[in-house]
Design a protein around this ligand. Structure first.
Ligand SMILES: NC(=O)c1ccc[n+]([C@@H]2O[C@H](COP(=O)([O-])OP(=O)(O)OC[C@H]3O[C@@H](n4cnc5c(N)ncnc54)[C@H](O)[C@@H]3O)[C@@H](O)[C@H]2O)c1
Length: 369
């Protein structure tokens, strides 16, 4: 696919929105914005990302006579909370945002989650546009309408479903992102194969090397295929009410570990650790062959070059405590996991995609990990 070409997809969730994918397409953004009526753009990013991308994007919009106001926010999981959320909402109002404005999030998943939620709350909803600058946000986070901030007891505890007006996915932004962050993103791509598509998983087993050479060689094509792998899952359940829960594979332990690591682990790294813990649980419950665990560890550790073991400083007790406050929790005290009995499928009993896991068994698996 040539640079400058725009592929029109859709986010795949419900309500859905256009997902425009391309390479080096910033100069075309004004034309896509002009398909909508608005007064001004409120571009929200961090100081660092403004210096790298936001400033240039604001100039492209300004040159097209689009009025742009730039606001910068602090980055990191610790800054993805109530305090910065309320500050941002107040700052948007003080800066003059109206019901006719567009809020534009330029950044990774942290900025998107914060800005998407602020846009959804301000005046009960100001339209917003997502411009992902990380591979994780471009291929995964932006394809969900989930906006959230962290609470003092866990990740993403306060939020809402709020769809963007459209997603502007330009892989030029992610071309020079650190390889470690690409590995983090690719963990979610591997997850898509584990839960729904054995052929995609096998392709990744062959394609991946720790330097990600094949990925960098065809960044646009690779991102396109990762997005497709997620969209096939969303197509099963666009409202994310039943089968869509399979996207949470690895996230029960993953979110707890990410939260406890306080920024030391990237999202995908924590999810990879969580997927290995989930496979360990499935093996102990006699619900999957150890081969599934071994292939999962092999692709994550040897092919992708990512982490699979729990950080030494975390105890099973700490992790289980955070899981008890998980944002997916339902009535009753049982901890529930998405499990993978065979590569490409998830366990589903009577329409329930989650399996209750006894706490002592989970603690034992975590202690061994
Ligand atoms: N809504 C969802 O469904 C969903 C899905 C996955 C993750 N998330 C959330 O997304 C967050 C993680 O997102 P993330 O991995 O995108 O990271 P991030 O937003 O935390 O950003 C990580 C770092 O990357 C930097 N960065 C951003 N773009 C860059 C670029 N092009 N080059 C170099 N550095 C760049 C940022 O400045 C930041 O320091 C977590 O808060 C997670 O909960 C949400």
């Amino acid at each position: 696919m040539a640079r400058g070409t725009i592929i029109e997809l859709s986010s795949g969730v419900s309500p859905s929105c256009p997902y425009y994918l391309g390479d080096s397409v910033a100069d075309q953004l004004p034309a896509y914005l002009r398909r909508h009526t608005f007064d001004e753009i409120y571009l929200v990013t961090s100081d660092r990302l403004h210096a790298r991308f936001g400033g240039a994007l604001a100039r492209v919009l300004g040159d097209a006579n689009i009025a742009v106001n730039v606001l910068t926010v602090r980055e990191g999981e610790a800054a993805k909370g109530w305090q910065q959320l309320t500050e941002l909402c107040e700052r948007l109002v003080a800066a003059g945002v109206t019901k006719d404005s567009l809020v534009m999030a330029v950044g990774g998943g942290m900025i998107s989650n914060l800005v998407g939620l602020a846009a959804g709350l301000t005046y009960r909803g100001v339209r917003y546009v997502e411009v992902p600058t990380t591979m994780l946000n471009l291929t995964d986070g932006s394809l969900s309408n989930k906006q959230a901030v962290n609470g003092s007891l866990g990740k993403n505890q306060f939020g809402m479903y709020y769809a963007p007006l459209f997603i502007w996915a330009d892989v030029a932004y992610i071309r020079h992102e650190p390889v470690r962050q690409h590995r983090s993103a690719i963990t979610e791509a591997i997850k898509n194969g584990l839960v729904n598509d054995a052929t995609w998983f096998e392709r990744l087993e062959k394609l991946l090397t720790p330097d990600l050479a094949a990925v960098q060689d065809d960044l646009l094509g690779f991102c396109h295929d990762v997005v497709s792998s997620k969209q096939s899952i969303l197509a099963l359940d666009p409202g994310e009410r039943h089968a869509g829960i399979m996207l949470e594979y690895g996230h029960t332990v993953g979110h707890a570990v990410e939260f406890l690591s306080a920024g030391r682990l990237l999202h995908g790294e924590a999810v990879g650790i969580g997927m290995c813990a989930a496979a360990g649980v499935a093996v102990r419950l006699g619900l999957c062959d150890p081969e599934v665990l071994h292939r999962q560890e092999h692709i994550l550790a040897d092919r992708l070059g990512s982490v699979t073991g729990l950080p030494r400083e975390l105890t099973a007790e700490q992790i289980v405590e955070v899981i008890r406050n998980d944002n997916k929790r339902r009535a009753g005290a049982t901890i529930r996991f998405v499990l993978v009995p065979r590569i490409g499928t998830v366990r589903c009993v009577d329409g329930d995609y989650e399996t209750p896991v006894p706490e002592p068994l989970l603690k034992s698996v975590l202690t061994e990990a």
